[in-house]
Each structure stands twice: as structure tokens, then as C-alpha cells.
Design a protein around this ligand. Sequence first.
Ligand code: BMA
Length: 328
Amino acid sequence: MGKYKIIGEPLKNIPWEEKPSGNHDVIWRSDMNPIIKRDLLPTSNSIFNSAVVPYKDGFAGVFRCDDKRREMRIHAGFSDDGVHWNINPEPISFDCDIEQVKTFEYAYDPRVVWIEDRYYVTWCNGFHGPTIGIAYTYDFKTFHQLENAFLPFNRNGVLFPKKIDGHFAMLSRPSDTGHTPFGDIFYSESPDLEFWGRHRHVMAPRGWWQSTKIGAGPVPIETSEGWLLIYHGVLTSCNGYVYHFGAALLDLEKPWKVIARTEPYLLAPRELYECVGDVPNVVFPCAALTDSETGRIAIYYGGADTVTCLAYAQVDELIDFIKNNSKL
Ligand code: BMA
């Protein structure tokens, strides 16, 4: 048994590679990166910022595939090992009986989460500007779209994997219509996934790698030490935005309360596939798999808005790092 506990299911077949000896980082990259190349589909310009979950004996996911018109769409996909993926060539077509909602303009940066009895997908949904779309599925074949969570403009809507104090809970990042040179993480709750309120401020940008804006990444991971939130932080260089990721621990019962937050980043764009692509210098985490038995965490992230990559962390080491390198 490790020092800290991931509160969740075991996942024996979690993708995993040991940390290379001599690597002193808390998060290390897969040798197989990028695990999904930009042209996996004949029509795809890029496949990145995508979300995966355990499904049956393997894995399923929702993938951001920008096509060769550069239109942003999300597609379902399946995998036996979490590394090699079959992505449907056709984008998800949502069942939706809400007149205004069903005619959305674009869809990107999905997250997927199991809550109680089904999988929910949230994504950045084009509705007169970006806002947070929500749908649910049981089988990754049929998707039922619900009301958008918020007014535009908003991005990085990430649901918690269970109700908190009896309500659904979501992190989000109010934004603008463009590339948003600001952004804090907020918390909101809902009795029914339709009406959202009780908005709370969670974290603001702060210094260096997270000085321009921050946004929730993967679905928060429940641990004995709090909700483990991996998030992206952006700095503005003379060459544009640079996306990193860091992590925080949030209070289990009142998740808008930050317990600890990394002062140094955990991963920065360094490899060629993170620095060269449609948008250079971007690592953008959108999903994490966990194994409660071994404390292994596999993180899926987009590289340079072009490809999908995998990185790993060990829960004891990651939480110790957050606690020992925290500045609130
Ligand atoms: C954000 C989103 C992300 C993207 C990032 C970097 O605003 O569009 O999808 O990864 O910018 O370009």
C-alpha cells in the first residue's frame, strides 16, 4: 500500500511505462508519443485534446478531430489497451430535442466522466461563441445532448465524478470569443445538470508559467488528500501563448477551497511534438486514468494542437510534490 489513496476502482490494464532511470520529474512521457498521430483519419488535420475512460474490458474515448476544412468536431473511439485507438471516421451526431441547442456550430476539447450510471461528455460548444456543452451516453454510440451549462463565453467545463453535497459539480473557465488573455477557474453546482448556480471562485492565474490564464484539465481525481486537479497554465511569451501543466489539491467537501498548488510546473512543452505543430508550445491535458491499487496515473494530453500524447505519474510522488512545492 502506498502513502496516499486514490479513491476509485482498480484498473489492472492501465497503460504504463516505468519512469526512465535518471529522470527526476514527477510526470514522465510515454516513449510511444505521440500515441495518436494527426492523420489517423483520412479526413483529419489533427487529433488532440481528447478524453478517454475505462470501458468494458478496454477503453473508450471522445476525440477532438479537426478536419481538413479546419472544422472542429468530436468523434468517439475505442481501444483495447488505451494506446492504439480506432476512432470513428464520422463525428458524433447528438440526439437532441432542444431546438436551439441541437444546431451547434463546433465542438472541441472534450472531457468524459462516469457519474453514477452513465458517461457524461462535456466540451467547448459553439453557441454564438464558446460555452459548455453536455451530453450523456451509455455505449459511445448514441449520445443525448442536454442544455448547455452556461451562457457564452466559457471553456474547459469539467464535471466532478460524483455529486458533491447532493449536487452535480463542474469547474469552468469563463472566457471571451477569441483566444482569451485571462482566465480563472470557477466551481458551479446543479441539481439536475440543467440549472447551474452557487458559483464559487477556485483559483486565479498567478506568476510565471500560470500568469495569463489557467483551466481545469482532466476530471478531478478523488484521493485521501483531496481532489487532485491537474490543470493547464499559460504564459504569454514574445512568441505567443505557452501551455504547461501543474496540479492542485482541492478540499473534498468544498472543492472551491484550494489546499495546495504547485509553484513549479509539472510538464512544459519540450519535445518536438509539443513544440512543432499547428499551435507550437502547447501541452494540454484532458483526461487521466487511475489504478487505485498501484497508484498509477496515465495522463492524456494534446501536443501542439496537433497530436495526442500520454504521460505518467505515481500518486504518492505527485501528491508529495504538490504539498512540498505549494504556494497558495
Ligand atoms: C485554447 C483552446 C485549446 C487549445 C489552446 C492552445 O484556447 O483552443 O483547444 O489547445 O487554446 O491553442
